[in-house]
Design a protein around this ligand. Structure first.
Ligand SMILES: Nc1ncnc2c1ncn2[C@@H]1O[C@H](COP(=O)(O)OP(=O)(O)O)[C@@H](O)[C@H]1O
Ligand SMILES: Nc1ccn([C@@H]2O[C@H](COP(=O)(O)O)[C@@H](O)[C@H]2O)c(=O)n1
Length: 217
């Protein structure tokens, strides 16, 4: 089943990023030579450099239209064919893409994490294994407040307004019901020790069976 494309979906603040990064760190510790690619769906938020910052602040970032999902799908197809891709870099504080791109090379295991990965049938079909991080929404909100104030340059007022107007309603419209497409549901978020062990072992197993493992050993 190589290359293997893994989706980690779920609501904002559920712990997708922490979960995916922890898997990557564990793999890097045990098998530093075996490549694992990690991509954030957020990198594919549309470029909005043609809009004023005021206009960008009004965009609904929890609607699928805010994302260039077709570019993400295209990039996953390139990686599957063995071609490197240039993934956009997103600047949350400016609500648009930064000038840089990040080169991602083909890898035996590619993990993608994001809120809307399972909503579009075409994009969903690119994944071999699908997880949904199912954390209660009140916990997600508390985590999001702390994270967005610390890392994304947001005020408490802007977070609560955005949450009521778009984050919460779009979750119920586009995200919640995509859990049914997941092969497995992960409760609790990025520190679920059992889920990290299970998924981590699976990823290590896949990497160790890849042909590049023999070359690098
Ligand atoms: N199980 C957990 N326990 C405590 N904090 C967590 C847990 N999972 C995630 N977090 C924290 O919550 C915040 C949001 O998590 P993050 O991984 O960014 O969520 P997502 O990518 O789903 O939006 C981060 O600050 C993260 O460190
Ligand atoms: N300019 C932007 C773009 C996105 N968001 C929010 O990010 C959330 C998705 O990312 P997570 O890491 O939290 O899963 C999504 O809920 C958007 O509201 C934003 O606030 N500003």
């Amino acid at each position: 089943m190589l290359p293997c494309f893994i989706a980690i979906a779920g609501p904002s603040g559920s712990g997708k990023t922490l979960f995916a990064q922890t898997i990557r760190e564990r793999v890097a510790e045990l098998e530093p030579l075996l490549g694992l690619a990690l991509i954030k769906e957020d990198a594919y938020y549309r470029d909005q450099s043609h809009l004023s910052l005021e206009a960008r602040e009004k965009v609904n970032y929890d609607h699928p239209a805010a994302l260039e999902q077709e570019l993400l799908q295209h990039h996953l197809q390139c990686l599957r064919r063995g071609e490197a891709v240039d993934v956009p870099v997103y600047d949350y504080s400016q609500h648009t893409r930064a000038a840089d791109v990040e080169r991602v090379r083909p890898a035996p295991v590619v993990i993608v994490e994001g809120i809307l990965l399972l909503s579009d049938p075409g994009l969903r079909a690119e994944f071999d294994i699908k997880f949904f991080v199912d954390t209660p929404l009140d916990i997600c909100l508390l985590r999001r407040i702390a994270r967005d104030m610390q890392d994304r340059g947001r005020t408490l007022e802007s977070i609560t307004e955005q949450y009521e107007n778009t984050v919460r309603p779009m979750y119920y419209e586009f995200i919640q019901n995509t859990a049914r497409y997941a092969d497995m549901v992960i409760t609790g978020g990025g520190r679920n020790a059992v889920a990290l062990d299970v998924v981590g072992s699976m990823v290590l197993g896949l990497l160790r069976e890849s042909p590049t493992a023999d070359i690098k050993a």
